[in-house]
Design a protein around this ligand. Structure first.
Ligand SMILES: [Zn+2]
Length: 380
């Protein structure tokens, strides 16, 4: 399985200047190639390389590999744009939005990510440094920081290209790791996981992971946004962008922690994990809390993804179940009734009298569906 590891670089001022000049050069070159591609209607890698390769090497001082990566970056960006156009993601045929998207060539930011392969970037794991090609020569001993876990993964499984990028005043390398598949153990029952807003995740075992911290950060951010949006100045916009990223980082950290605890517990008990199939989550959440949809749906998906890949690494079985009526159905007798759930937190069955925290009851339903789903798919 593929895993992405992001480490922060800690370059000296001299190294940082070289990295900055390099990213600027490759992205200027990419923007130039993008104009060429757009004007000549040449979008295939092979053709574009024939047109542009020599010139970007000479004009922008790029090494051979860097020049190739620049061309690939441009063809990939156009392939994505054209796929989006085909799939109707940038408006209908003839719409102003679509016309606009196709009228101008793609532009690359000076700090946009650039791929470096093993010839341009080497890792010294023991020293926690990298040696990287720049337009000012090879920079050696560029320090990076990583957790013990990340270091181990990088040392054992890093493979292929890494992306260098500059964001919010920080330098990052994003490395791809190719981990061996761990065989999935036959589960001894299932833990159900209910995703929500007040509680980000609740397990059928009764563990509730509160969304309090995250919701407080989001609330503070909303307040700040309201004040800054009125201003419309450049610095206000920059600050907003930084805050948005900080919030996303906080959410990702929270999701990582929750996913880790859920998978660790499943590993300990030998259980599998049953997750809601999130295809319909947007609609389901919209019904409950209209204003929070966009804020939360990506976070739900992220938590689901984190659980799935941590489970895969640990050989824990994961099944996806239909979440319909998991919040209204009684996990003790199966009776489904809206009145079973008088408020956000309470579940009390109108038929058998079973009472439980509403999220725990939902998680128990998800667990039961997980058991059924596993039994059906492994019947043979
Ligand atoms: Zn009941």
């Amino acid at each position: 399985m593929k895993l992405v590891v992001q480490v922060r670089l800690l370059p000296t001022p001299e190294q940082a200047a070289a990295l900055e000049a390099t990213l600027r050069a490759v992205n200027d070159a990419a923007t130039w190639v993008a104009v060429l591609a757009h004007d000549q209607r040449v979008f295939r890698n092979y053709d574009l390389r024939r047109h542009a390769y020599g010139q970007i090497k000479d004009d922008y001082g790029l090494a051979a590999q860097a020049a190739q990566h620049v061309v690939k970056k441009v063809t990939d960006a156009y392939a994505t744009l054209h796929a989006n156009v085909r799939n109707g993601n940038v408006g209908r045929s003839g719409s102003a939005r679509r016309e606009r998207a196709l009228a101008k060539p793609i532009v690359f930011r000076p700090g946009a990510a650039q791929s470096f392969d093993d010839r341009c970037l080497s890792w010294q794991m023991d020293a926690c440094t990298v040696s990287i090609w720049t337009t000012r020569g090879r920079m050696k001993n560029v320090a990076f920081t990583a957790s013990a876990d990340q270091l181990q993964t990088l040392a054992a499984y890093r493979k292929g290209e890494s992306d260098l990028l500059y964001r919010d005043g920080r330098w990052f390398l994003i490395a791809t790791c190719d981990l061996p598949d761990v065989p999935v153990r036959t589960p001894n029952g299932f833990t159900g996981v209910d995703l929500g807003i007040a509680n980000l995740a609740t397990t059928s075992g009764g563990v509730r992971h509160s969304g309090k911290g995250l919701n407080a950060v989001r609330h503070r951010h909303r307040e700040l946004r309201r004040r800054l949006q009125a201003k419309q100045t450049k610095s206000a916009k920059r600050l907003l962008k930084r805050r948005r990223r900080a919030e996303a980082r906080f959410a990702a950290n929270t999701n990582h922690t929750i996913a880790k605890q859920i998978v660790t517990e499943a590993t300990r008990t030998g259980q599998g994990i049953a997750l809601e199939d999130l295809q319909g989550i947007r609609d389901r959440v919209r019904l409950r809390k209209p204003q929070r949809v966009t804020l939360h749906s990506w976070s739900f998906h992220q938590l689901g993804r984190f659980i799935a890949y941590k489970a895969a690494r640990a050989g824990v079985a994961v099944v996806y179940v239909d979440p319909a009526y998991t919040s209204q159905g009684c996990s003790a007798c199966g009776h489904v009734d809206k009145k079973n759930r008088p408020d956000q937190e309470t579940f009390r069955c109108t038929s058998c009298g079973f009472a439980e925290h509403a999220d725990v009851n939902a998680a128990r339903n998800i667990a039961a569906r997980g058991v059924t789903s596993w039994a059906v798919s492994h019947a043979a």
